[in-house]
Design a protein around this ligand. Structure first.
Ligand code: DX5
Ligand code: ZN
Length: 222
C-alpha cells in the first residue's frame, strides 16, 4: 500500500486560500482533506458547498471529504449528485451517525468515489470490522472531531495498532487513515502503528515551509 499525506484545509488561511493552494501544489500531498461540520454532530460549523465549488473550479488536487454531520444518509447523496465527475476521491462518514452504511456506501461507490467509515476516539474498532464489506477506507480519529489544532489522543494510536493487526491477520488491504493532531513530531508513532493515510492540518499550515514539512513527513511514513 502506498502511504501518503493529506492536508486538512480547515487549518489553512481562508483569507488567502489561493496562495495556500499555490503552496500546496508544490508539495507531495495526495489529497486535500475537506472537513464538513454541521454544528450538531460536532460543536462547530465549517465549510460546505460554496467553498467546495470555488476550490473545484480552480484546483486539481483530489478532495477527500470528511462529513461530521448528524444526517449523512440524507446529505451525502445530495452532495454526490452535485459533484459527480468532479475531483472527489473519497467521502467518509461517521459510524456514530450513519443509519444505513450499506445503502450509503452503494450510492457513493456508484459515483466512482471511495467510501470511508470514521470512528470517534471512544468508538470501538469493531464498528469498522463489522462493516468491512462496505468500506474502502477506515478513518480512525486521533482527536475528538470538531476543531483543528487539538492535541493527539494517545489511546487512539493503540486503536490503529489493533486495527492494523486485525487487517494483517485477515489479509485486508483497506487503508487506515488517521486524522487529528498529527504533526512531524508524532507522525512516526502512527507510522509504527500501521496507518496509511495521514491527515494533517495545523501540522502543515502552521509551519513556514510546506514543501519541507510534507517531505519530512513523507520520508517517515513511506
Ligand atoms: C477534526 C478534523 C481534522 C482536523 C485536523 O475534527 O476532522 O481533519 O482539521 O487538523 P489538525 O491536524 O490541526 O488536528
Ligand atoms: Zn477530518
Amino acid at each position: 500500500m502506498n502511504n501518503f499525506i493529506a492536508a486538512s484545509i480547515i487549518a489553512a488561511d481562508f483569507f488567502s486560500l489561493e496562495n495556500e493552494y499555490k503552496k500546496l501544489n508544490q508539495t507531495d500531498i495526495k489529497w486535500v482533506h475537506f472537513d464538513i461540520m454541521d454544528g450538531h454532530f460536532v460543536p462547530n460549523i465549517t465549510i460546505g458547498s460554496c467553498d467546495l465549488d470555488a476550490i473545484l473550479k480552480k484546483t486539481n488536487i483530489p478532495i477527500d471529504i470528511h462529513f461530521m454531520v448528524d444526517n449523512p444518509d440524507y446529505i451525502v447523496p445530495l452532495f454526490i449528485k452535485n459533484y459527480s465527475n468532479k475531483k472527489i476521491s473519497n467521502v467518509s462518514v461517521h459510524v456514530e451517525s450513519c443509519q444505513n452504511i450499506k445503502k450509503l456506501s452503494n450510492i457513493v461507490r456508484k459515483n466512482k468515489i471511495s467510501f470511508g467509515l470514521a470512528i470517534n476516539p471512544n468508538t470501538s474498532i469493531n464498528k469498522i470490522i463489522n462493516n468491512l464489506k462496505y468500506i474502502d477506507l477506515a478513518l480512525v480519529m486521533t482527536v475528538k472531531p470538531g476543531f483543528a489544532g487539538q492535541k493527539i489522543i494517545q489511546k487512539c494510536i493503540n486503536k490503529v495498532k489493533k486495527l492494523r493487526n486485525y487487517f494483517d491477520k485477515n489479509n485486508i488491504s483497506i487503508p487506515i487513515q488517521v486524522d487529528g493532531g498529527i504533526k512531524l513530531e508524532n507522525i512516526s508513532s502512527l507510522s509504527d502503528a500501521g496507518a496509511n493515510i495521514y491527515v494533517s492540518g495545523t501540522g502543515i499550515f502552521n509551519t513556514n515551509n510546506y514543501i519541507k514539512t510534507v517531505n519530512k513527513m513523507k520520508k517517515i511514513v513511506e
